[in-house]
Design a binder for this molecule. Structure first.
Ligand SMILES: NC(=O)c1ccc[n+]([C@@H]2O[C@H](COP(=O)([O-])OP(=O)(O)OC[C@H]3O[C@@H](n4cnc5c(N)ncnc54)[C@H](O)[C@@H]3O)[C@@H](O)[C@H]2O)c1
Ligand SMILES: *[C@@H]1O[C@H](CO)[C@@H](O)[C@H](O)[C@H]1NC(C)=O
Ligand SMILES: *[C@@H]1O[C@H](CO)[C@@H](O)[C@H](O)[C@H]1NC(C)=O
Length: 437
């Protein structure tokens, strides 16, 4: 299964700058008529320009792939027309609407949440660095989708505090929906730095800017069910221990929850963490099992199905994207104001954590059976031992707290949700669009 991200390694490195050879002809004046010299000289210049153009064309100039280089990438932002787009996107269009900065807006959940907020008249500004953890063309397609609904996504990194401060200068956001992160459990062994960059340093940089903003926004952010780690007591409840993470990803999300506590305590920031349980649906993430199972079943490739020791079932509490979106909106709508100002706390502020799951874990083998029926193709199953590299055996959410306090009530079962996913998948990847991954 770790093979599925290996295409990331195949991206060629950035080509070096094209250097033109010094022409010996220019020095040989005596043997050449001067007009011929000029002609040759200009031919070389012309050839050189063509080659430079060729080497710098986008297809041979890939996005940087390691996080340190990624953070050195400069983005184009600023200027009057850019500010105008930022303001217009963030403008509230309904009475009692809120203005929300959505980080990770070109991501799976970010796109759906941004669209839902915009639909009900809230102001929405997106922020995303469009990194290449998975096919960036899918992020671009989501961006195009949001663009049509009037949501602008600023291209930049959450660890860039100069950019963040600028955004808060231009718009007095009432809320931040923080979804930007390095996701994925197994990829942490390949690129641990990217988790530290986005989930730790990036989160702190965002909180630093939020605490200094005037007024301070209320923040809702994505934690993860993975914080329950190796726990065996089910269902997972918010009060359970979360001190035995099974992956670096889980550890950075757990760290995020502790960092949130600190910023709430010191600066009076209102903070709500949402522990998502395996979110799936249209426009989903190609690195997740339901997505690449669909791709590989259609290709006739065998798919790895993990089982735990003693043929134990591996199961997930799959949660449909529309249900997650309702949970996110519920959290934003019930978030109290931050209490600090000018970086100083004035009084205690709200600090919350909620499970957003579906309360019905489904064995991964059942997921495959549903996909087989929907795709009308038999899967080639390759039963394998669950490797000890981050995945836990099962997840199961107790959602009674979110139900009570956010009005959260998931309504989509896996069969119904996957039907919608498959319909989207087939239409998105047909008609000349290149295959996923
Ligand atoms: N999808 C799930 O099943 C699931 C489960 C638990 C938690 N989560 C969390 O929910 C959030 C959204 O997840 P998703 O499934 O939409 O993932 P995603 O990868 O599709 O979206 C994350 C987006 O954030 C952007 N991003 C990453 N690092 C950034 C940075 N440093 N600066 C700016 N942008 C950056 C990425 O380009 C991407 O578009 C994440 O925090 C994730 O950890 C998701
Ligand atoms: C985040 O940004 C700060 C500067 O603002 C920089 O010092 C730090 O190295 C960056 N961290 C990561 C992990 O990229
Ligand atoms: C679910 O969580 C609530 C707290 O929100 C708790 O009171 C209840 O006992 C939990 N239920 C189970 C079955 O663990």
């Amino acid at each position: 299964m770790s093979k599925q991200m290996s295409h990331l390694d195949n991206i060629p490195s950035t080509p070096g700058k094209f250097k033109m050879d010094k022409s010996p002809y220019i020095h040989n004046r005596l043997r050449w008529h001067s007009s011929l010299v000029k002609l040759t000289f200009w031919s070389f210049i012309f050839l050189g320009l063509i080659l430079i153009f060729f080497f710098r064309s986008p297809s041979s100039n890939p996005l940087p792939q390691d996080p340190s280089r990624r953070s050195l990438r400069t983005y184009n932002w600023g200027g009057p027309s850019w500010e105008k787009r930022v303001r217009s996107s963030a403008r509230v269009r309904s009475r009692n609407g809120i203005s929300v900065l959505v980080t990770g807006a070109a991501g799976f959940v970010g796109t759906h949440v941004s669209a839902a907020l915009k639909r009900r008249g809230d102001g929405v500004l997106g922020l995303d660095n469009f990194n290449d953890y998975y096919d960036p063309s899918l992020k671009r397609a989501r961006q195009a989708l949001l663009e049509r609904t009037g949501v602008f996504i600023v291209e930049g990194d959450i660890n860039d505090s100069t950019l963040l401060r600028k955004l808060f200068e231009v718009v007095a956001f009432t809320h931040v929906m923080h979804l930007a992160a390095q996701a994925g459990v197994r990829y942490a062994m390949e690129n641990p730095g990217s988790y530290v960059h986005s989930n730790i340093a990036g989160f702190v940089s965002l909180l630093e800017v939020c605490k200094s903003a005037n007024p301070q926004p209320s923040i809702v952010w994505a934690s993860s069910s993975s914080v329950y780690g190796l726990n065996t007591k089910v269902p997972f409840s918010e009060r359970d221990r979360t001190d035995q993470p099974a992956s670096l990803y889980a550890a950075t999300k757990k760290a995020g929850e502790e960092i949130a506590h600190t910023y709430n305590h010191i600066y009076g920031l209102s903070l709500t963490g949402l522990r998502f349980f395996t979110v799936y649906g249209p426009w989903g993430r190609p690195d997740m099992a339901y997505f690449f199972f669909t791709r590989d079943i259609l290709k006739g490739k065998s798919i790895p199905i993990f089982e735990a020791a003693n043929h134990g079932t591996v199961a997930r509490d799959f949660t449909y994207i529309d249900d997650i979106v309702k949970g996110c909106l519920g959290a934003l709508d019930t978030a109290e104001k931050s209490t600090g100002s000018g970086g100083k706390k004035k009084g205690p502020a709200q600090l919350r954590v909620y499970n957003l799951g579906n309360t019905s874990p489904v064995p991964v083998s059942d997921l495959v059976s549903i996909l087989e029926r929907l795709l009308k193709v038999n899967a080639k199953r390759n039963i394998m031992k669950l490797p000890r590299n981050g995945d836990v055996q099962f997840t199961h959410a107790n959602i009674s707290l979110a139900q009570r306090e956010l009005g959260y009530k998931p309504t989509t079962d896996l069969q119904t949700g996957l039907k919608k996913f498959v319909r989207w998948y087939l239409s998105y990847y047909s008609g000349g669009k290149k295959a996923a991954g």
